[in-house]
Design a protein around this ligand. Sequence first.
Ligand code: PMP
Length: 431
Amino acid sequence: MALTFDKSIAFHKEAVEMIPGGVNSPVRAFRSVDMNPIYVKEAQGAKVVDVDGNPYIDYIGSWGPLIIGHAHPQVVKRIEQALHRGTSFGLPTELEIEMAREVTKRMPSVDVVRMVNSGTEATMSALRLARAYTGRSRILKFVGSYHGHSDGLLIRAGSGVATLGLPDSPGVPKEVAQYTMTVPYNNAESFTKVMEQYGNDVAAVIVEPIAGNMGVVPPLPGFLQTLREITEKYGTVLIFDEVMTGYRVDYYSAQGLYQVTPDLTTMGKVIGGGLPVGAYGGRREIMELVAPQGSVYQAGTLSGNPLAMAAGLATLEQLTEEAYQKLERAAAKLAEGIIQSGQETKIPVQINRVGSMVGLFFSDQPVTNYQQALQSNNDLFLKYYQQMVNEGILLAPSQYEGMFVSTAHTDEMIEQTVAIIRRVFKKLATE
Ligand code: PMP
């Protein structure tokens, strides 16, 4: 029986009158799957209940932060303890030191870290710092990557061989866009060529070490190593944007997993445990330029907020080596189930997975970059998505987003999810 969404529909009707598109972040509008947004009532562990009372197994996980599930008792407890002491002081607290200790321990490339309030702030600040450190203006990013919505990062590739960027949104001046160069992800050759021409002017190369905003696209063997070697050669700052991958794919994040050491790292999501957080950090020599130690200005009324620090610390505490093994097993089981369902029904499906990030593309070709991701079948995704929601599986409403598995996903939930995927694939195969 189809689910009903009467309350979600009524809420949205009111919301669109007062909030752009009815939502405070565009993808929540569910436009790419042609649906009304689902309004949440509450969530616990891996389960979400919407305002109409429909229960779901959730693979959105707030787009990454909730790696130990919703409302984890330890997170709730730590937030509560902090809450009663006051929500914000504009003065330092011990929690910030605890967080810095944890971050520098788990990311050996990070000697010094500054907390901010979002991933967007983290990448924007890291780029400013890299420009100050090098005295250069240009930056380089990869096509299909997302690093937040600051002007210089909302850039698409220019046409033809031109690698200079064009604004991806009205309101971004072309004068700003021209400093951002873009090359295809996973293409070491084209990266090297661009750096041969422009390297001495490039302040920073910013990369998602595992691309997570074009679906899940892991780095090809040697790709990240090439970025490291070439940036070193030209004195360019290498920034790993680990806002999504940080503390998710491995105890030591993507940089530990692939054994490549960036100069700076941007973080967010998991280290906020579901509260607003970002951070950037790296080599002492570079970070020393940040104010007030140095002269690169960057500040925040709520930065290092005690509730966010408490939630993040409680989350990191749960993320032991064993927790990552558990995530690996659960996500592998999910991925295998999808692959088998594809084989049984002859639905062409590609699964890209690193740890608990699971990407699904309806395509018969491997997906290693944005161009290939775009070639996957969106009509099929739309049908799949709507049926999955109706069966009680909550996925990100876009083929270009992964599924996030949490430690709260039990074996039984994964089995249930796979059984539903198999059923939905069978239906899709006969339509
Ligand atoms: N970098 C990456 C890799 C991200 O995935 C995101 C958000 N999905 C951001 C930066 C921006 O973070 P925020 O939404 O917290 O500003």
